[in-house]
Design a protein around this ligand. Structure first.
Ligand SMILES: [Zn+2]
Ligand SMILES: [Zn+2]
Length: 156
């Protein structure tokens, strides 16, 4: 693997993916590398089509199915997590990142992240009361972002 200086960032993530492919006897392909690289270096909460657009700027021959399948692999490898946004799946980098939840604008689909130790603590307490073992959770708070509220107000 001739690594070029300056491209060393995200090396750990790349190693995690390589190890996952090896463990599952999947082959490393140049297309998967391109998709992984694009995913690691772009904004959060991408849809399959968002990532497809970015990837196709580098490689026209990469299709939607390949992008979709690679994102699924990234999720299984523990690098990405999935988020359901009005029925559309978004993917975000989920490696060495602190847990967070999301506010989602139902008008423009903008996503705002938040984390609250207070909320986490409360839900642990409630779970303990119920004797419930939490395996994971998702908070998605829906509403209108500041910009969309301003827009709807000026229309009145
Ligand atoms: Zn909005
Ligand atoms: Zn997020």
């Amino acid at each position: 693997m001739g690594s070029v200086a300056g491209r060393e960032e995200k090396r750990e993530e790349k190693e995690v993916f390589a190890a996952y492919l090896l463990k599952n006897r999947l082959k490393r392909s140049e297309q998967r590398e391109v998709i992984l690289d694009a995913f690691l270096h772009t904004a959060r909460h991408l849809s399959v089509d968002d990532l497809l657009q970015i990837v196709q700027k580098k490689r026209r021959d990469i299709g939607r199915t390949t992008v979709y399948r690679t994102l699924k692999l990234l999720r299984e490898a523990g690098l990405a997590s999935e988020l359901d946004l009005h029925g559309e799946t978004r993917f975000e980098l989920d490696y060495n990142r602190a847990h967070h939840d999301h506010f989602i604008c139902s008008s423009c689909s903008d996503i705002f992240e938040f984390s609250s130790p207070e909320i986490e603590r409360l839900q642990d307490e409630i779970a303990a009361d119920l004797g419930f073992k939490i395996e994971g959770h998702r908070h998605q708070i829906l509403g209108l972002c500041r910009r969309c509220q301003a827009k709807s107000e000026s229309r009145r």
